[in-house]
Write a protein that binds this ligand. Structure first.
Ligand code: ASP
Length: 313
């Protein structure tokens, strides 16, 4: 993992661009959710710093996290559903507004790359379940067992109580959402997850839904979400943030408004949502319902982890 130089620079130096700066940022940047974002940012930056495209960076970045068996919220090693199946959701969106997505996908190591194939090689946006798996196999993806001993054990322990209702724990959400801006100033994003631990079989969250878990508009900016997907789905959070930026809000102001809309209508005591957004001028915003959400920023030659501010303390 690259130097997690938290605290080296004041956050406004890293994140800030003058408000109302309408120029396109051309320095390249990568942001992504949670601590695993540091590794993802490094992998994405490898691509972007060599002149690669934002969409390639976005795909390559999150693949690192999907392949890590220790992480229990993305890819292999993800917590299974209540019946013991690891089911994966992912989406990708590029600077042209093209998008691809897979949901309820089983036994495939890199759902983000299947989503990319859906985007690049089919006339569709989303493939689900068995159809997505068959598409992946037909395109050369191998099948693998995604349930690691560690996650099997967590499931066995959960089954002892066997509450057929997912426990909505504010710490239990670690989807990776990543936004990349290449040296040409183009934006793309990716989002990938194993979803809520011990969810109902067949449950799909916000992460593979374009506009909910991720949205990119290359003229305006991009946003991604983590946390309890149901709350994000009901407010189409990432689309909302980009639309608020279109109306002149900064990424920070837009993330704050999107969180306020959730909190206004829901009892969010045990529910976390975190948003992360980037505007075309390279400004970054992040906000969460509760404390504890952090995100990684690769900008100006540094890759650092930053604690997001939250509405509730
Ligand atoms: N948003 C994801 C979902 O609801 C969970 C997470 O962020 O970890 O599936």
């Amino acid at each position: 993992m690259a130097a997690a130089a938290a605290g080296i620079l004041p956050w406004n130096k890293i994140l800030g661009s003058p408000k109302n700066d309408t120029r396109t940022y051309k320095g390249g940047l990568v942001v992504s959710t949670w601590i695993h974002g540091l590794e993802a940012n490094d992998a994405a930056w490898e691509v972007i710093s060599k002149g690669g495209t934002a969409v390639d960076g976005a795909e390559m970045g999150v693949r690192v996290v999907e392949a890590d068996p220790e992480g229990q919220s993305v890819g292999i090693g993800g917590l299974p559903d209540r019946d013991g199946n690891v089911t994966l959701d992912a989406c990708i969106m590029d600077h042209t507004g093209n998008a691809g997505s897979v949901c309820f996908l089983q036994n495939i190591l890199h759902p983000i790359s299947v989503a990319r194939k859906v985007m690049d090689d089919t006339p569709h946006v989303m493939l689900a379940g068995e159809g997505a798996k068959q598409f992946a196999i037909a395109n050369g993806f191998e099948t693998v067992d995604l349930l690691t001993p560690k996650s099997r054990e967590a499931w066995e322990n959960w089954k002892k109580e066997s509450q057929y209702k997912p426990i909505i724990n504010i710490e239990n959400h670690d989807t990776i959402g990543l936004i990349a801006m290449d040296l040409g100033g183009n934006l793309s994003g990716s989002c990938t997850t194993s979803g809520l631990g011990f969810k109902m079989h067949g449950r799909v969250g916000d992460s593979p839904i374009i506009g909910a878990g991720l949205f990119v508009d290359n003229e305006i900016g991009a946003a991604t979400a983590t946390g309890l997907g149901e709350l994000v789905l009901k407010t189409l959070g990432s689309f909302l943030i980009v639309e608020l930026m279109r109306q002149g809000r900064t990424p920070q102001e837009a993330c704050e408004e999107a969180i306020r809309r959730i909190v206004k209508r829901n009892d969010v005591k045990d529910m976390q949502v975190g948003y992360l957004a980037v505007s075309k001028n390279g400004e970054i915003g992040a906000y969460a319902i509760h404390k504890g959400f952090n995100y990684a920023v690769h900008k100006n030659g540094k890759n650092i982890l930053i604690d997001a501010p939250s509405l509730l303390q």
